[in-house]
Design a protein around this ligand. Structure first.
Ligand SMILES: C[S@@+](CC[C@H](N)C(=O)[O-])C[C@H]1O[C@@H](n2cnc3c(N)ncnc32)[C@H](O)[C@@H]1O
Length: 377
C-alpha cells in the first residue's frame, strides 16, 4: 500500500509549527508524502496528520491499517463546495445556530461537498482511558493547519467536558473507511451548522473518497432552514425524541416533533402502517402484496414528508411490480429510485446501480414475473 502522494506537498515543518506539537516520527519521506505521525500513541492508536489531504488537511486517530486505507485515497478532484452562496447563518429558536436559504433552491440541487477534518476510530473510545483519548484529540486538532483547526474549534460543543472531544460528539458522522474494523467518527466542520429535522429538506451521503455531499430533496423557499436528519426518521415520535435526548443530548424542536397530539398520533399511525406494509413488500413470497398495497405504501411515505428517504421505498415498489411482471410500473419506480438514490447514497451505491439495470432491462432482472399478478388478483 502506498500512501497518497500529493501534488501539493507541504513540509512537515508546517505541522511542527502548530502550537508546539512535534511530529518527530514522520511516516514517509517528506519530499514525497505529506502524511506525518506524532509519537503520541496509545495501544494501537496513533495520530496521523496530512495538512494538504484532499486540499484541506485532516487528522486521524486510528490504527496503522486504517491509516493506510485512508492514505490510499487519491481523489485530486477539487470537490469542495460551500453552501455560502445559497445560505446564511442565523440563530434558530431552540436549536442554536443554523443555515437558512438565501434564495430558492430547487429539488436535486447540490448544496455542499465537504471533506473531514478529523476521523477517530470508534473503538478508541471503548479501549482507551479517557485521559489518553483527550490527549490524542488535543494532538490531532492542534496538528491541523491553522484555518482547519480554527474551523474545528468554531463548532458548537453541547455536552460539556473536554472541549475538543465534546465538539466531535456534537458534530460527528459515522464514516466507514473499509475493512472489518474501518468504523470511525468523522467531523466535517462545514456541515456542522446543519440542524436536525425529522422531515428534513436535504439528504446526505459520504462517498468512498470521504466526501460528504448534501442535496436538496424538495424545493426550498428563501428564508427556510436547511436541515438533515441525524436519526432514523421512520420511528414514531416518542422513539425519535428519546433518541435525540438520550444519545445526541438535545430535545428535538423540529416541526414534526412539535406537532399537536392529534397530528403526532396520525403521523405515528402512518409510520406503523408503513412498517407493516414494508414487511409484506420485502417478503418476496408474500401473497398479501398487490399494486394497491404498493401505492398505499408510497402515498404514506409522501404524506409523511419523507422525501429524503424515498430511494428504498421506490426500490421495493419497483421490485414488487417486477415480480408481478408489470414492466412499465417497475421501470417507472426503478427510475424514481435511481433519482432519489443519487441524492441519498450517491452514484456508487449498490442499490442505485441495481435499479439502473432494472429500469433498463426489467425482463432480464432476477425478479421478473416471479409472481405473475393474475394469480393473486
Ligand atoms: C451539528 S450541531 C448543529 C449546529 C448548532 N445548532 C450550532 O449552533 O452550531 C448539533 C446541535 O444543534 C442543536 N440542534 C440541532 N438540531 C436540533 C433540533 N432539531 N432541535 C433542537 N436542537 C437542535 C443541538 O444542540 C445539537 O447538539
Amino acid at each position: 500500500l502506498q500512501p497518497y502522494i500529493s501534488q501539493n506537498t507541504c513540509s512537515l515543518v508546517d505541522i511542527q509549527d502548530v502550537e508546539g506539537y512535534r511530529d518527530d516520527n514522520s511516516i514517509d519521506d517528506k519530499r514525497s508524502n505529506v502524511w506525518s505521525t506524532s509519537s503520541d500513541c496509545f495501544d494501537e492508536y496513533c495520530v496521523y496528520t496530512n495538512n494538504a489531504f484532499l486540499g484541506e488537511g485532516i487528522s486521524l486517530i486510528t490504527t496503522a491499517s486504517n491509516y493506510l486505507r485512508v492514505s490510499e485515497i487519491q481523489t485530486r478532484e477539487a470537490v469542495s463546495r460551500s453552501s455560502y452562496d445559497k445560505a446564511r447563518i442565523i440563530e434558530i429558536p431552540g436549536k442554536g445556530k443554523g443555515l437558512v436559504a438565501n434564495r430558492t433552491i430547487r429539488k436535486g440541487e447540490a448544496i455542499m461537498a465537504a471533506r473531514p477534518a478529523l476521523l477517530v476510530h470508534r473503538d478508541a473510545f471503548s479501549e482507551l482511558p479517557l485521559e489518553d483519548i483527550f490527549h490524542l484529540m488535543d494532538v490531532a486538532v492542534n496538528n491541523l493547519p491553522k484555518p482547519r483547526k480554527e474551523s474545528y474549534l468554531a463548532q458548537a460543543g453541547t455536552m460539556g467536558g473536554h472541549k475538543i472531544t465534546d465538539i466531535l460528539f456534537t458534530n460527528s458522522f459515522q464514516v466507514a473507511v473499509g475493512g472489518h474494523d474501518g468504523f470511525h467518527y468523522g467531523n466535517f466542520p462545514e456541515v456542522s451548522l446543519l440542524n436536525h429535522d425529522c422531515r428534513p429538506n436535504l439528504a446526505f451521503f459520504i462517498d468512498r473518497n470521504l466526501t460528504h455531499y448534501t442535496h436538496a430533496v424538495r424545493d426550498i423557499e428563501p428564508g427556510e432552514e436547511l436541515t438533515i436528519s441525524y436519526i432514523d426518521p421512520l420511528q414514531v415520535r416518542s422513539v425519535r425524541q428519546e433518541r435525540t435526548r438520550n444519545t445526541l443530548g438535545f430535545s428535538c424542536a423540529c416541526s414534526h416533533c412539535t406537532l399537536s397530539e392529534n397530528d403526532a398520533d396520525a403521523s405515528d399511525a402512518r409510520l406503523l402502517t408503513m412498517s407493516r406494509i414494508e414487511s409484506e413488500l420485502a417478503d418476496f413470497s408474500s401473497q398479501a402484496s398487490s399494486p394497491a398495497l404498493i401505492e398505499e405504501y408510497l402515498s404514506l411515505y409522501r404524506r409523511e414528508g419523507l422525501e429524503h428517504n424515498l430511494a428504498g421505498a421506490y426500490t421495493l415498489a419497483a421490485l414488487n411490480y417486477n415480480l408481478f411482471g408489470k414492466a412499465d410500473m417497475a421501470k417507472k419506480y426503478a427510475q424514481l429510485s435511481v433519482e432519489a438514490g443519487l441524492l441519498e447514497s450517491g452514484p456508487d451505491a449498490a442499490d442505485v446501480r441495481e435499479m439502473k439495470t432494472l429500469a433498463d432491462y426489467p425482463e432480464s432482472h432476477w425478479s421478473w414475473n416471479k409472481k405473475p399478478y393474475r394469480i393473486y388478483n
